[in-house]
Design a protein around this ligand. Sequence first.
Ligand code: B16
Length: 227
Amino acid sequence: MTDNAQTIKGCIFNLDGVIVDTGRYHYQAWRRLANQFGFDYSREQNEELKGLSRLASLDKILDWGGIYMPEAEKMHWADVKNNWYVSLISNMKPGEILPGVLLFLREVRESGLRIALSSASQNARSVLSSTQIQSFFDVILDGNEVKKQKPDPLCFLMAAQELQLSPAECLVLEESPPGIDAALFGGFTVIGVGRQEDLSKAHWVIEGFENLHFHALLTQLATRVAI
Ligand code: B16
């Protein structure tokens, strides 16, 4: 590891697509709503909803369906979708934690770093609880506490503040393009989790955590980034 890599003292993880694939449950619930309105949309389109707030997701879906709706009615349908989503995630199990994540979190912890979870989801705590992973996090911030949506960097800045670290001392691990932008605007070093072609603005991109070791990642990162 280089001296640069040693400046990293904390990791801030996003939830959906990084720790667990909640995206498929969001898709099931949103698709059920779209079907109720008489149209359908693809898994590929659903990728565009990652990192967006609940209401911003609804706006996009209504747009795809060519549907206009007053704001008050949107709140109603967002609640309907959320009830379906909550019922789906209540059955999540620890086995749904994505491959390699637990080992990676352990390595980060054993390296003496502090760990935060920062998610736009107001249901993040339920997901952490169903999958029994909450004890890894020193700080948990969700969509109930952070009111500005990505690409605003507030969700990561608040997490860093609660970790008592500066953005330069934190790595953000994030799977959505608006989340990558948010981390960059906030002055963080950001690891994209997903496909290189979608996340090319990140300082480094990984496909996932399987067979990934924390110190190897820091060493690779230090060849690329002045942190
Ligand atoms: P909720 P993240 C985000 O989670 C999801 O990526 C996004 O699809 C969802 O709309 C948003 O949470 C709000 O979720 O409806 O449960 O409050 O990626 O920030 O972990």
